[in-house]
Design a protein around this ligand. Structure first.
Ligand SMILES: [Zn+2]
Length: 101
C-alpha cells in the first residue's frame, strides 16, 4: 500500500506529490475518494490522475509528462510542510482528512 504526501500550496489549495508527479486536488466523491489531477495538465496536456482515500493511493493513471524528481525535492525542502516522509502515520493522515471534509 502506498501513502500520499499531501501539502498546501501558497494559495491554500491542496496538492500532493506521488512517485515524482505533482497533483492538485480535483474533487472528493461521496465515498471520500479524492481525485487528483496532474499539475502538468495544462502545460503539457497531461491527463494523469490519481485517486486516494484516507491518504492511501488507490489508482494512478498514465502520464504523458515526465516526472521531475529534482524540482519536487527542492519544493519539499522549501515548503517544510511535508512530514513523516516514508512513514505511515495514519493518525496524522486521518486528522488531515477529517479537517478537509
Ligand atoms: Zn502528468
Amino acid at each position: 500500500m502506498a501513502t500520499l504526501e499531501e501539502t498546501d500550496t501558497s494559495k491554500g489549495n491542496s496538492s500532493s506529490i506521488y512517485d515524482g508527479y505533482q497533483y492538485r486536488k480535483h474533487r472528493i466523491n461521496k465515498d471520500n475518494v479524492i481525485s487528483w489531477l496532474c499539475l502538468k495538465e495544462r502545460t503539457e496536456n497531461c491527463r494523469g490522475t490519481l485517486k486516494s482515500k484516507n491518504g492511501i493511493v488507490l489508482n494512478v493513471s498514465n502520464h504523458v509528462c515526465k516526472p521531475d524528481i529534482a524540482e519536487i525535492e527542492v519544493k519539499k525542502r522549501m515548503s517544510g510542510k511535508i512530514k513523516n516522509r516514508g512513514q505511515r502515520n495514519t493518525q496524522y493522515l486521518s486528522r488531515r482528512n477529517a479537517a478537509i471534509i
